[in-house]
Structures are given as structure tokens and as C-alpha cells.
Design a protein around this ligand. Sequence first.
Ligand SMILES: Nc1ncnc2c1ncn2CCOCCNC(=O)c1cc(-c2ccc(F)cc2)cc(O)c1O
Ligand SMILES: [Mg+2]
Length: 214
Amino acid sequence: TQSTRPQRLLAAVQKNATRGDPRSVVLAIDQFCRQKEWAMNVGDEKGCILDSVVSEVNPGAVLELGTYCGYSAVRIACLLPPHGKIITLEFNPDNAAIARQVIAWAGLEEKIQLVVGASGDWIPKIKEQFGVKTFDLVFLDHWKDRYLPDTKLMEECGLLREGSILLADNVICPGTPDYLEYIRNSPRYKSQYFKSHLEYTKVEDGLEKSVFLG
Ligand SMILES: Nc1ncnc2c1ncn2CCOCCNC(=O)c1cc(-c2ccc(F)cc2)cc(O)c1O
Ligand SMILES: [Mg+2]
């Protein structure tokens, strides 16, 4: 039976990356996506911007929406402070199964909590289920038409505090126009656009970094 792209990506990690070495896992995925098959990881170029934001925020609690194969969860987790943790939500159970194995290969199971389900269903339950008060950083990388409703839901559920950072992938390609319009015009956020490119291509894309003002 034919393998899937995530399965081939995992095989490339197990072949080319060193167990327990997260940076070698990140490198193996980027090489696979550049040399063999494109895949929708945030990638190396936008990944450097993600790294600088994570390092600046030094977050104790991170929420990621949209795990896919676990590339950005691994990239974030290896920059967290000692007790820092990331909760990552993935809708597709097949992708989640691959992500679990990528995360295990990187040796980051203790720092990354992968939850299978739709963001809209899980966001209202996070406080009680995971004992989280608020998130220092949220990385939005799931269905592009869920960025805005889920941001409003996070506000309503009290998951954001004054100073919480939202970092959104793909605000240009595929694009999240309603989210950008809201976040750039809301008096409750201060936003900054980081121009970049769609992962592994020359197409324009970028990350929008927004500070929640409370
Ligand atoms: N409600 C939810 N809760 C949890 N998980 C959820 C969820 N809903 C979905 N998921 C699972 C994640 O879904 C994948 C979302 N990502 C993308 O679709 C994406 C696409 C492109 C892309 C594709 C083709 C092109 F031509 C050009 C660009 C690039 C990217 O960087 C992307 O991130
Ligand atoms: Mg993305």
C-alpha cells in the first residue's frame, strides 16, 4: 500500500536525524522538504523568525494550533526554559500519530503535550484539563479560517494575559485576511508583520506577531 507524505517525512527523520537531537530532526525535515517533497512545515526561513520570538518571550506555557508532523513543536520546545511546556492541538489523527513519533525521535515527549481534536472544541477545556492559567505564547498554524474565531475564543476563555504573544503563520499565503483585519485594527493588540516566504519557496508569506494588551 502507498505511503503518505507524513510517513515519508518520518522515515527521513528516522534515517537522517540523531535520536535525542532536536536540531538534527529539524534539519532532516527541512532537507527532506527542500530535496524530496514540499510539506507545510513552517520551514527554515520563517523558523528563524519563530526561534527569535520564542527566545525573546522565553515562555513557560505555549499553545500551538496545528501540529501537522511536529516540526514547529520540536523547534519551539528545544528553546523553552527548563520547566517550559507546549500544548499542541492537531485535528487529523493520522498526522498526530506521525507527529508523536517525530517528537519521540527528538526526545521531547516531556516538553510537548500533543492533543488530538479541533481547536474550537479544545480551547474552552484547556484550563481545567491541563491546569494552565494563561499562555505566554500562542503559535497559530492550523486552518486559516479558524485563526480569528479561535483568537476570540481564547480571549473569552481567559487564556490570554496582558503581554501574551500571538504569532500567526501564513498570514499572506494561504492568507488569513479576516484575522489580519481584526488583529491590526483592535485596540487590544499591538501587531508587527515579519515579511518572509512560504516554506521552501520564493512565494511571499509572513508571520504576524501580536501582543495582547489586556
Ligand atoms: N481546528 C483545528 N484544530 C487543530 N488542528 C487543525 C485544525 N484544523 C486543521 N488542523 C490541522 C492543521 O491543518 C493544516 C493547516 N495548515 C495549512 O493548511 C497550511 C497550508 C499551506 C499551504 C498549502 C498549499 C499551498 F499551495 C500553499 C500553502 C502552508 C502552511 O504553512 C500551512 O500551515
Ligand atoms: Mg503554516
